[in-house]
Design a protein around this ligand. Structure first.
Ligand code: UGA
Ligand code: MN
Length: 298
């Protein structure tokens, strides 16, 4: 009799309705949660992109700085490139030409550049074995970055229009330290501008017009086009790279434009990173059978 009771029948229908309703609400909450998670992931991605967004580089009225950087694989490479890219992100109208000393582009540099927030061109040129520095050689033994800088120069000559592309070319090694003012000093170089480099040649600073350090001069892009034969060479004596290329541009001492407060201010330092020792990797291998995960990018 109780089960046949009409009141009970409608009550249990009501309960079913509420159960259904609660189930629907739960599903809605779940889907809202999912959309919320998706939206916050999107927001995080946007925030990351914003952080990596290049500072306005679209000022057509100012010359572009073409920065040629040779780079080679070693444990400290990503750290050096990160530090340099963070400087470059503050420079307007800068085009970074990064040339790997490799027989092909590496994943590390490819991925790094894709997220670095600087306008770039990625190239590679391998130093031949007979002139390549071995890891335990003293680093003055052989020239470094020669073919890579030449690949950068060739790219400029092939890809830029000598009439319409105005700019200045600077050879920036991946391990030096650059003051932001340096880039504005060099931007309006007429022929070749020069400045002193700190911490170089076993001196506090070095300033030697024409036999200057790679970091101590910039060249107007027009000169690079006008002198297609001007390249670096692996066969010139030690210390003659810079003067060799400048000589080929038929310059006189009067053509050099002193910058950085008439060469009295240091705006670039030839800093050098100590080679990292990894002796504990071997100890770990002996002790627990394996070193650190080789798939972890450092
Ligand atoms: C000094 C000068 O600052 C360089 O401009 C000059 O090219 C070099 O001497 C030389 O005389 O050959 P240093 O600090 O002694 O440079 O050399 P590194 O910083 O080790 O190398 C210069 C550049 O070449 C760096 O950007 C580096 O990544 C690159 N490099 C080095 C290669 O592409 N391949 C190598 O095997 C070694
Ligand atoms: Mn260096």
């Amino acid at each position: 009799t109780f089960c046949g009771n009409q009141e009970f029948g409608s009550l249990s229908k009501q309960i079913d309705w509420y159960k259904d309703h609660i189930k629907q609400q739960k599903e809605e909450i779940q889907s809202l949660k999912e959309s919320f998670e998706q939206a916050s992931e999107k927001l995080q991605r946007c925030e990351k992109l914003l952080r990596r967004k290049p500072i306005s580089r679209n000022d057509e009225n100012i010359p572009t700085i073409y920065l040629i950087t040779p780079t080679h694989t070693r444990l400290e490479q990503k750290a050096e490139l990160t530090r340099l890219s963070h400087t470059l992100r503050h420079v307007k109208n800068l085009h970074w030409i990064v040339i790997e000393d490799c027989d092909k582009k590496t994943n590390l540099v490819t991925n790094f550049l894709a997220n670095c927030g600087v306008t770039y061109t990625h190239l590679y040129a391998e130093t031949p074995a007979q002139v390549k520095l071995k890891s335990n050689d003293p680093n003055w033994l052989k020239p470094r970055g020669v073919l890579q800088r030449n690949a950068g120069l060739t790219w400029l000559r092939k890809n830029l229009n000598p009439e319409s592309d105005k700019g200045v070319v600077y050879f920036a090694d991946d391990d030096n330290t650059y003051d932001l003012d340096l880039f504005e000093e060099m931007r309006y170089t007429k022929k070749v501008s020069v400045w002193p480099v700190g911490l170089v040649g076993a001196l506090r600073y070095e300033k030697r017009p024409f036999a200057m350090d790679m970091a101590g001069f910039a060249v107007n892009l027009k000169l690079i086009h006008d002198h297609p034969e001007a390249l670096f060479s692996n066969t010139v004596p030690r210390g003659y790279q810079e003067s060799t290329i400048l000589k080929k541009m038929s310059l006189t001492l009067e053509d050099l434009e002193p910058k950085a407060n008439n060469c009295k201010k240091i705006l670039v330092w030839h800093t050098r990173t100590e080679k990292t020792k990894t002796k504990n990797e071997d100890k770990m291998k002996k002790k627990i059978g394996s070193g650190s995960d080789p798939n972890m990018e450092v």
